[in-house]
Design a protein around this ligand. Structure first.
Ligand code: ADP
Length: 449
Protein backbone atom coordinates (compact mmCIF):
# COMPACT_ATOMS: atom_id res chain seq x y z
CA UNK A 1 0.00 0.00 0.00
CA UNK A 2 1.77 3.15 -1.16
CA UNK A 3 1.71 6.03 1.27
CA UNK A 4 0.16 9.14 -0.17
CA UNK A 5 2.53 12.04 -0.26
CA UNK A 6 1.20 15.44 0.59
CA UNK A 7 3.39 18.40 -0.28
CA UNK A 8 2.52 21.75 1.19
CA UNK A 9 2.87 24.73 -1.16
CA UNK A 10 1.87 27.28 1.50
CA UNK A 11 4.11 30.36 1.58
CA UNK A 12 5.53 31.38 4.97
CA UNK A 13 3.61 34.32 6.40
CA UNK A 14 4.79 37.32 8.37
CA UNK A 15 3.94 36.75 12.02
CA UNK A 16 1.56 39.32 13.58
CA UNK A 17 4.21 40.67 15.97
CA UNK A 18 6.61 41.44 13.13
CA UNK A 19 3.82 43.02 11.09
CA UNK A 20 2.80 45.24 14.00
CA UNK A 21 6.45 46.24 14.46
CA UNK A 22 6.85 47.14 10.78
CA UNK A 23 3.65 49.21 10.79
CA UNK A 24 4.53 50.98 14.05
CA UNK A 25 8.04 51.77 12.89
CA UNK A 26 6.75 53.19 9.62
CA UNK A 27 4.01 55.19 11.33
CA UNK A 28 6.12 56.67 14.12
CA UNK A 29 8.87 57.68 11.73
CA UNK A 30 6.48 59.22 9.21
CA UNK A 31 4.34 60.75 11.98
CA UNK A 32 7.45 62.07 13.75
CA UNK A 33 8.76 63.63 10.55
CA UNK A 34 5.41 65.26 9.88
CA UNK A 35 4.98 66.46 13.48
CA UNK A 36 8.45 67.92 13.72
CA UNK A 37 7.89 69.91 10.54
CA UNK A 38 5.55 72.12 12.60
CA UNK A 39 8.50 73.38 14.66
CA UNK A 40 9.92 76.52 13.00
CA UNK A 41 13.53 76.10 11.84
CA UNK A 42 16.15 78.79 11.34
CA UNK A 43 16.30 79.94 7.72
CA UNK A 44 19.71 78.28 7.17
CA UNK A 45 18.29 74.97 8.51
CA UNK A 46 15.19 74.94 6.28
CA UNK A 47 14.83 71.65 4.40
CA UNK A 48 12.40 70.52 1.76
CA UNK A 49 10.43 68.32 4.13
CA UNK A 50 7.58 67.44 1.76
CA UNK A 51 9.67 65.65 -0.91
CA UNK A 52 11.64 64.06 1.93
CA UNK A 53 8.41 62.74 3.50
CA UNK A 54 7.31 61.42 0.08
CA UNK A 55 10.62 59.63 -0.40
CA UNK A 56 10.41 58.20 3.09
CA UNK A 57 6.87 56.86 2.48
CA UNK A 58 8.04 55.28 -0.79
CA UNK A 59 10.96 53.67 1.04
CA UNK A 60 8.60 52.24 3.70
CA UNK A 61 6.32 50.94 0.92
CA UNK A 62 9.28 49.11 -0.61
CA UNK A 63 10.11 47.70 2.81
CA UNK A 64 6.55 46.33 3.20
CA UNK A 65 6.68 44.66 -0.22
CA UNK A 66 10.00 43.06 0.70
CA UNK A 67 8.51 41.80 3.98
CA UNK A 68 5.46 40.48 2.16
CA UNK A 69 7.48 38.52 -0.38
CA UNK A 70 10.30 37.45 1.95
CA UNK A 71 8.67 37.06 5.39
CA UNK A 72 11.19 34.37 6.33
CA UNK A 73 13.93 37.06 6.24
CA UNK A 74 11.95 39.54 8.37
CA UNK A 75 14.61 39.81 11.08
CA UNK A 76 17.45 40.49 8.63
CA UNK A 77 15.28 43.02 6.74
CA UNK A 78 14.40 44.83 9.99
CA UNK A 79 18.02 45.01 11.11
CA UNK A 80 19.22 46.22 7.70
CA UNK A 81 16.53 48.90 7.46
CA UNK A 82 17.25 49.96 11.04
CA UNK A 83 20.64 51.06 9.74
CA UNK A 84 18.94 52.98 6.90
CA UNK A 85 16.48 54.62 9.33
CA UNK A 86 19.31 55.68 11.62
CA UNK A 87 21.18 57.10 8.63
CA UNK A 88 18.12 59.09 7.50
CA UNK A 89 17.56 60.52 10.98
CA UNK A 90 21.27 61.38 11.22
CA UNK A 91 21.14 63.35 7.94
CA UNK A 92 17.96 65.08 9.08
CA UNK A 93 19.48 66.07 12.42
CA UNK A 94 22.68 67.23 10.74
CA UNK A 95 20.89 69.35 8.13
CA UNK A 96 18.50 70.89 10.63
CA UNK A 97 21.04 72.18 13.14
CA UNK A 98 22.80 69.17 14.73
CA UNK A 99 22.43 69.26 18.49
CA UNK A 100 19.97 72.10 18.15
CA UNK A 101 17.59 70.09 15.93
CA UNK A 102 14.38 68.63 17.33
CA UNK A 103 14.63 65.75 14.88
CA UNK A 104 16.91 63.93 17.32
CA UNK A 105 13.61 62.81 18.98
CA UNK A 106 13.22 60.42 16.05
CA UNK A 107 16.23 58.53 17.43
CA UNK A 108 14.18 57.94 20.59
CA UNK A 109 11.28 56.37 18.72
CA UNK A 110 13.72 54.11 16.86
CA UNK A 111 15.42 53.05 20.10
CA UNK A 112 12.08 52.40 21.84
CA UNK A 113 10.56 50.38 19.01
CA UNK A 114 13.64 48.29 18.32
CA UNK A 115 14.29 47.63 22.00
CA UNK A 116 10.71 46.41 22.35
CA UNK A 117 10.89 44.22 19.27
CA UNK A 118 14.40 42.77 19.57
CA UNK A 119 15.10 42.96 23.28
CA UNK A 120 17.75 44.72 25.41
CA UNK A 121 20.78 43.76 23.23
CA UNK A 122 19.60 45.47 20.03
CA UNK A 123 17.93 48.14 22.21
CA UNK A 124 21.23 49.22 23.76
CA UNK A 125 23.00 48.91 20.39
CA UNK A 126 20.41 51.16 18.72
CA UNK A 127 20.71 53.61 21.64
CA UNK A 128 24.52 53.69 21.37
CA UNK A 129 24.47 54.09 17.58
CA UNK A 130 21.87 56.85 17.90
CA UNK A 131 24.01 58.60 20.51
CA UNK A 132 27.08 58.36 18.26
CA UNK A 133 25.22 59.63 15.20
CA UNK A 134 23.70 62.47 17.17
CA UNK A 135 27.16 63.42 18.44
CA UNK A 136 28.50 63.29 14.87
CA UNK A 137 25.64 65.47 13.58
CA UNK A 138 26.37 67.93 16.36
CA UNK A 139 30.05 68.00 15.54
CA UNK A 140 29.36 68.62 11.86
CA UNK A 141 26.78 71.37 12.49
CA UNK A 142 27.81 74.96 13.09
CA UNK A 143 27.50 76.11 15.83
CA UNK A 144 27.72 72.90 17.89
CA UNK A 145 25.47 72.54 20.93
CA UNK A 146 27.10 72.14 24.34
CA UNK A 147 28.36 68.54 24.71
CA UNK A 148 26.81 68.18 28.18
CA UNK A 149 23.34 68.34 26.51
CA UNK A 150 24.35 65.80 23.90
CA UNK A 151 25.81 63.46 26.55
CA UNK A 152 22.60 63.64 28.62
CA UNK A 153 20.50 62.71 25.58
CA UNK A 154 22.96 59.93 24.66
CA UNK A 155 22.68 58.41 28.13
CA UNK A 156 18.91 58.54 27.83
CA UNK A 157 19.02 56.67 24.50
CA UNK A 158 21.03 53.78 25.95
CA UNK A 159 18.97 53.62 29.14
CA UNK A 160 15.73 53.59 27.20
CA UNK A 161 17.03 50.77 24.99
CA UNK A 162 18.07 48.74 28.03
CA UNK A 163 14.93 49.29 30.14
CA UNK A 164 12.36 48.79 27.39
CA UNK A 165 14.24 45.83 25.94
CA UNK A 166 14.32 44.19 29.35
CA UNK A 167 10.59 44.76 29.92
CA UNK A 168 9.82 43.42 26.45
CA UNK A 169 11.89 40.29 27.08
CA UNK A 170 10.11 39.62 30.35
CA UNK A 171 6.74 40.20 28.74
CA UNK A 172 7.59 37.81 25.91
CA UNK A 173 8.82 35.20 28.36
CA UNK A 174 5.59 35.52 30.39
CA UNK A 175 3.54 35.21 27.20
CA UNK A 176 5.45 32.08 26.11
CA UNK A 177 4.99 30.63 29.59
CA UNK A 178 1.29 31.39 29.45
CA UNK A 179 1.01 29.73 26.06
CA UNK A 180 2.91 26.69 27.33
CA UNK A 181 0.66 26.37 30.38
CA UNK A 182 -2.34 26.89 28.12
CA UNK A 183 -1.19 24.10 25.79
CA UNK A 184 -0.58 21.82 28.78
CA UNK A 185 -4.05 22.62 30.09
CA UNK A 186 -5.61 21.90 26.72
CA UNK A 187 -3.74 18.57 26.50
CA UNK A 188 -4.81 17.68 30.06
CA UNK A 189 -8.38 18.59 29.22
CA UNK A 190 -8.31 16.46 26.08
CA UNK A 191 -6.87 13.53 28.07
CA UNK A 192 -9.55 14.03 30.72
CA UNK A 193 -12.29 14.05 28.10
CA UNK A 194 -10.85 10.92 26.48
CA UNK A 195 -10.70 9.21 29.90
CA UNK A 196 -14.29 10.25 30.64
CA UNK A 197 -15.42 8.88 27.24
CA UNK A 198 -13.55 5.65 27.92
CA UNK A 199 -15.10 5.32 31.38
CA UNK A 200 -18.53 6.05 29.93
CA UNK A 201 -17.99 3.48 27.22
CA UNK A 202 -16.70 0.94 29.71
CA UNK A 203 -19.78 1.51 31.84
CA UNK A 204 -22.06 1.17 28.81
CA UNK A 205 -20.27 -2.03 27.82
CA UNK A 206 -20.48 -3.39 31.32
CA UNK A 207 -24.21 -2.59 31.36
CA UNK A 208 -24.63 -4.20 27.92
CA UNK A 209 -22.65 -7.18 29.15
CA UNK A 210 -24.78 -7.50 32.29
CA UNK A 211 -28.09 -7.33 30.44
CA UNK A 212 -26.94 -9.67 27.67
CA UNK A 213 -25.70 -12.11 30.29
CA UNK A 214 -29.05 -11.94 32.11
CA UNK A 215 -30.95 -12.44 28.87
CA UNK A 216 -28.67 -15.25 27.70
CA UNK A 217 -28.97 -16.91 31.09
CA UNK A 218 -32.78 -16.65 31.00
CA UNK A 219 -33.15 -18.13 27.53
CA UNK A 220 -30.48 -20.80 27.82
CA UNK A 221 -32.61 -23.33 29.72
CA UNK A 222 -35.71 -22.99 27.50
CA UNK A 223 -33.51 -23.27 24.41
CA UNK A 224 -31.91 -26.48 25.60
CA UNK A 225 -35.39 -27.81 26.56
CA UNK A 226 -36.66 -26.98 23.07
CA UNK A 227 -33.59 -28.71 21.60
CA UNK A 228 -34.26 -31.87 23.60
CA UNK A 229 -37.95 -31.88 22.68
CA UNK A 230 -37.13 -31.38 19.01
CA UNK A 231 -34.79 -34.37 19.14
CA UNK A 232 -37.55 -36.47 20.76
CA UNK A 233 -40.04 -35.28 18.14
CA UNK A 234 -37.56 -36.18 15.39
CA UNK A 235 -37.36 -39.71 16.84
CA UNK A 236 -41.18 -39.97 16.89
CA UNK A 237 -41.56 -38.56 13.37
CA UNK A 238 -38.72 -40.75 12.11
CA UNK A 239 -40.50 -43.83 13.44
CA UNK A 240 -43.88 -42.92 11.84
CA UNK A 241 -44.80 -43.45 8.22
CA UNK A 242 -48.02 -41.43 7.92
CA UNK A 243 -48.72 -38.76 5.25
CA UNK A 244 -46.69 -35.56 5.65
CA UNK A 245 -44.14 -37.22 7.94
CA UNK A 246 -41.30 -36.51 5.47
CA UNK A 247 -42.19 -32.84 5.45
CA UNK A 248 -42.48 -32.79 9.26
CA UNK A 249 -39.01 -34.36 9.57
CA UNK A 250 -37.64 -31.69 7.23
CA UNK A 251 -39.25 -28.92 9.33
CA UNK A 252 -37.85 -30.41 12.54
CA UNK A 253 -34.34 -30.49 11.03
CA UNK A 254 -34.71 -26.77 10.28
CA UNK A 255 -35.89 -26.08 13.84
CA UNK A 256 -32.99 -28.09 15.27
CA UNK A 257 -30.50 -26.07 13.19
CA UNK A 258 -31.98 -22.79 14.44
CA UNK A 259 -32.04 -24.02 18.04
CA UNK A 260 -28.38 -24.95 17.69
CA UNK A 261 -27.60 -21.47 16.37
CA UNK A 262 -29.51 -19.87 19.26
CA UNK A 263 -27.64 -22.03 21.77
CA UNK A 264 -24.35 -20.88 20.17
CA UNK A 265 -25.48 -17.26 20.40
CA UNK A 266 -26.40 -17.42 24.07
CA UNK A 267 -23.11 -19.15 24.72
CA UNK A 268 -21.25 -16.29 22.97
CA UNK A 269 -23.13 -13.62 24.93
CA UNK A 270 -22.40 -15.37 28.19
CA UNK A 271 -18.72 -15.72 27.32
CA UNK A 272 -18.51 -12.03 26.47
CA UNK A 273 -20.17 -10.99 29.72
CA UNK A 274 -18.25 -13.39 31.93
CA UNK A 275 -15.14 -14.65 30.23
CA UNK A 276 -14.18 -17.75 32.15
CA UNK A 277 -10.92 -17.41 34.00
CA UNK A 278 -8.04 -19.04 32.14
CA UNK A 279 -6.81 -22.31 33.67
CA UNK A 280 -3.52 -22.83 31.87
CA UNK A 281 -2.18 -26.35 31.67
CA UNK A 282 0.69 -27.76 29.65
CA UNK A 283 -0.80 -28.62 26.30
CA UNK A 284 -0.08 -28.89 22.58
CA UNK A 285 -1.16 -25.88 20.57
CA UNK A 286 -0.69 -27.76 17.28
CA UNK A 287 -3.06 -30.45 18.51
CA UNK A 288 -5.72 -27.85 19.31
CA UNK A 289 -5.35 -26.22 15.88
CA UNK A 290 -5.32 -29.58 14.09
CA UNK A 291 -8.51 -30.65 15.85
CA UNK A 292 -10.10 -27.28 15.03
CA UNK A 293 -9.30 -27.64 11.34
CA UNK A 294 -10.91 -31.08 11.32
CA UNK A 295 -13.96 -29.65 13.11
CA UNK A 296 -14.38 -26.72 10.69
CA UNK A 297 -13.55 -28.52 7.43
CA UNK A 298 -17.17 -29.62 6.71
CA UNK A 299 -18.37 -26.01 7.20
CA UNK A 300 -15.56 -24.73 4.93
CA UNK A 301 -16.37 -27.34 2.28
CA UNK A 302 -20.01 -26.33 2.31
CA UNK A 303 -18.81 -22.85 1.32
CA UNK A 304 -16.29 -24.23 -1.17
CA UNK A 305 -13.36 -22.85 0.84
CA UNK A 306 -10.16 -24.84 1.42
CA UNK A 307 -8.73 -24.93 4.95
CA UNK A 308 -4.99 -25.38 5.02
CA UNK A 309 -2.95 -25.81 8.19
CA UNK A 310 0.81 -25.27 8.45
CA UNK A 311 1.95 -26.31 11.91
CA UNK A 312 5.39 -25.56 13.29
CA UNK A 313 6.71 -28.80 14.84
CA UNK A 314 9.11 -26.77 16.99
CA UNK A 315 6.38 -25.53 19.33
CA UNK A 316 6.84 -27.17 22.74
CA UNK A 317 4.11 -28.04 25.20
CA UNK A 318 3.34 -24.91 27.18
CA UNK A 319 0.65 -23.78 29.63
CA UNK A 320 -2.53 -22.34 28.12
CA UNK A 321 -6.27 -22.79 28.53
CA UNK A 322 -7.17 -25.24 25.81
CA UNK A 323 -10.88 -24.36 25.66
CA UNK A 324 -10.30 -20.62 25.57
CA UNK A 325 -7.54 -20.70 22.95
CA UNK A 326 -9.62 -23.07 20.84
CA UNK A 327 -12.51 -20.63 21.09
CA UNK A 328 -10.36 -17.63 20.07
CA UNK A 329 -8.86 -19.50 17.11
CA UNK A 330 -12.33 -20.78 16.15
CA UNK A 331 -13.66 -17.21 15.94
CA UNK A 332 -10.75 -16.14 13.76
CA UNK A 333 -10.99 -19.12 11.39
CA UNK A 334 -14.78 -18.74 11.13
CA UNK A 335 -14.36 -15.07 10.21
CA UNK A 336 -11.74 -16.08 7.64
CA UNK A 337 -14.05 -18.68 6.08
CA UNK A 338 -16.94 -16.20 6.00
CA UNK A 339 -14.77 -13.51 4.40
CA UNK A 340 -13.34 -15.81 1.70
CA UNK A 341 -15.18 -16.13 -1.62
CA UNK A 342 -16.01 -19.56 -3.06
CA UNK A 343 -12.93 -21.36 -4.38
CA UNK A 344 -10.60 -19.48 -2.04
CA UNK A 345 -8.44 -20.73 0.78
CA UNK A 346 -7.90 -19.96 4.45
CA UNK A 347 -4.51 -20.72 5.92
CA UNK A 348 -3.95 -21.42 9.60
CA UNK A 349 -0.33 -21.38 10.64
CA UNK A 350 1.38 -21.84 13.96
CA UNK A 351 4.93 -20.74 14.60
CA UNK A 352 7.26 -20.04 17.42
CA UNK A 353 8.49 -16.46 17.63
CA UNK A 354 11.13 -16.27 20.32
CA UNK A 355 9.41 -16.33 23.69
CA UNK A 356 5.92 -16.64 22.29
CA UNK A 357 3.90 -18.65 19.85
CA UNK A 358 1.58 -17.43 17.16
CA UNK A 359 -1.56 -18.77 15.56
CA UNK A 360 -2.17 -16.79 12.38
CA UNK A 361 -5.26 -17.00 10.20
CA UNK A 362 -4.91 -15.59 6.69
CA UNK A 363 -7.91 -15.51 4.40
CA UNK A 364 -8.55 -14.69 0.76
CA UNK A 365 -11.29 -12.15 1.34
CA UNK A 366 -11.18 -8.46 0.55
CA UNK A 367 -9.43 -7.56 3.82
CA UNK A 368 -10.81 -5.44 6.64
CA UNK A 369 -12.71 -2.51 5.18
CA UNK A 370 -11.04 0.78 6.17
CA UNK A 371 -14.43 2.13 7.34
CA UNK A 372 -14.72 -0.75 9.82
CA UNK A 373 -11.23 -0.44 11.30
CA UNK A 374 -12.16 1.88 14.22
CA UNK A 375 -14.98 -0.46 15.26
CA UNK A 376 -13.32 -3.83 14.66
CA UNK A 377 -12.93 -4.67 18.34
CA UNK A 378 -16.10 -2.98 19.54
CA UNK A 379 -18.57 -5.37 21.13
CA UNK A 380 -21.64 -5.96 18.96
CA UNK A 381 -20.02 -4.44 15.88
CA UNK A 382 -20.88 -6.68 12.97
CA UNK A 383 -21.36 -6.32 9.24
CA UNK A 384 -22.97 -9.74 8.92
CA UNK A 385 -26.74 -10.24 8.87
CA UNK A 386 -26.49 -13.02 11.45
CA UNK A 387 -23.35 -11.91 13.25
CA UNK A 388 -23.07 -11.09 16.93
CA UNK A 389 -20.09 -8.77 16.74
CA UNK A 390 -18.52 -10.61 19.68
CA UNK A 391 -16.06 -12.96 17.94
CA UNK A 392 -13.10 -10.58 17.83
CA UNK A 393 -13.87 -9.06 21.25
CA UNK A 394 -13.85 -12.50 22.84
CA UNK A 395 -10.68 -13.52 20.96
CA UNK A 396 -8.92 -10.37 22.15
CA UNK A 397 -10.16 -10.91 25.73
CA UNK A 398 -8.73 -14.43 25.59
CA UNK A 399 -5.40 -13.14 24.23
CA UNK A 400 -5.26 -10.62 27.07
CA UNK A 401 -6.20 -13.26 29.62
CA UNK A 402 -3.09 -15.19 28.48
CA UNK A 403 -0.86 -12.10 28.59
CA UNK A 404 -0.74 -12.12 24.80
CA UNK A 405 -1.98 -9.99 21.91
CA UNK A 406 -4.34 -10.18 19.00
CA UNK A 407 -3.11 -8.22 15.99
CA UNK A 408 -4.34 -7.89 12.46
CA UNK A 409 -3.27 -6.56 9.10
CA UNK A 410 -4.36 -6.44 5.50
CA UNK A 411 -1.27 -7.99 3.88
CA UNK A 412 -0.12 -6.61 0.50
CA UNK A 413 -1.10 -9.90 -1.18
CA UNK A 414 -4.77 -9.36 -0.24
CA UNK A 415 -7.17 -10.70 2.35
CA UNK A 416 -6.89 -10.23 6.09
CA UNK A 417 -4.50 -11.80 8.56
CA UNK A 418 -5.30 -12.08 12.25
CA UNK A 419 -2.56 -13.28 14.60
CA UNK A 420 -3.03 -14.49 18.13
CA UNK A 421 0.23 -14.40 20.02
CA UNK A 422 0.67 -16.02 23.40
CA UNK A 423 3.78 -16.03 25.55
CA UNK A 424 5.26 -19.43 26.23
CA UNK A 425 5.32 -18.54 29.91
CA UNK A 426 6.94 -20.44 32.78
CA UNK A 427 10.60 -21.51 32.33
CA UNK A 428 10.16 -21.46 28.59
CA UNK A 429 9.98 -17.71 28.30
CA UNK A 430 10.49 -14.45 30.10
CA UNK A 431 6.94 -14.17 31.35
CA UNK A 432 3.64 -12.83 30.06
CA UNK A 433 3.30 -10.15 27.45
CA UNK A 434 6.45 -11.33 25.70
CA UNK A 435 5.13 -10.30 22.30
CA UNK A 436 7.63 -8.03 20.61
CA UNK A 437 6.57 -7.74 16.99
CA UNK A 438 4.18 -4.86 16.36
CA UNK A 439 1.41 -5.28 13.85
CA UNK A 440 1.91 -3.66 10.49
CA UNK A 441 0.62 -0.11 10.28
CA UNK A 442 -1.38 1.63 8.92
CA UNK A 443 -3.28 -1.30 7.41
CA UNK A 444 -3.26 -3.26 10.63
CA UNK A 445 -3.55 -2.87 14.34
CA UNK A 446 -3.72 -4.37 17.78
CA UNK A 447 -6.72 -5.27 19.75
CA UNK A 448 -5.14 -3.87 22.91
CA UNK A 449 -2.95 -0.84 22.89
P1 ADP B 1 -19.06 -11.23 13.71
O1 ADP B 1 -18.24 -12.28 13.03
O2 ADP B 1 -20.21 -11.78 14.49
O3 ADP B 1 -19.48 -10.13 12.81
P2 ADP B 1 -16.60 -10.40 14.88
O4 ADP B 1 -16.29 -9.65 16.13
O5 ADP B 1 -15.90 -11.69 14.73
O6 ADP B 1 -18.15 -10.55 14.82
O7 ADP B 1 -16.24 -9.50 13.64
C1 ADP B 1 -16.67 -8.16 13.61
C2 ADP B 1 -16.56 -7.62 12.19
O8 ADP B 1 -15.17 -7.50 11.83
C3 ADP B 1 -17.15 -8.48 11.13
O9 ADP B 1 -18.55 -8.31 11.02
C4 ADP B 1 -16.40 -8.03 9.88
O10 ADP B 1 -16.96 -6.84 9.38
C5 ADP B 1 -15.04 -7.70 10.42
N1 ADP B 1 -14.11 -8.83 10.21
C6 ADP B 1 -13.77 -9.77 11.09
N2 ADP B 1 -12.93 -10.67 10.53
C7 ADP B 1 -12.72 -10.25 9.28
C8 ADP B 1 -11.94 -10.77 8.17
N3 ADP B 1 -11.22 -11.89 8.29
N4 ADP B 1 -11.96 -10.07 7.00
C9 ADP B 1 -12.69 -8.93 6.89
N5 ADP B 1 -13.44 -8.40 7.89
C10 ADP B 1 -13.47 -9.07 9.05
Amino acid sequence: MGAERVTSMARPRLDPDALAFAVLRGLTMIGGLAALSIVPLRPEHQIHLLPLLGAFIAYKGALFSLLFFRPEHARAIFLATLGTDLGIVFVLVWFTGGGESHFYLLFLTLVALNAYHFGPGIGVLTGTLSAGLMGLANALAVPATAWSHIAARAALFALLGLALGHIARRERWARAELERVNAELRAALAALEAARDRALRAEQLAAAGRSSARMAHEVRSPISAIGLNVEMLEDIVGGSSGPGMGEAAELLRGIRAEVKRLAGLTDEYLTFARLPEAHPEDDSLNEVVDELVTFLTPEARRRDVALEAALDPGIPLFPFDRDLIRRAALNLVKNGIEATPRGGRVGIATRRCGDSVEVAVADAGSGVDSRHVPHLFEPFFTTKPRGTGLGLVIASQIAEEHGGTLTWENPPGGGARFALRIPLGGDRANGPGASTEPAAAPSGGRAHD
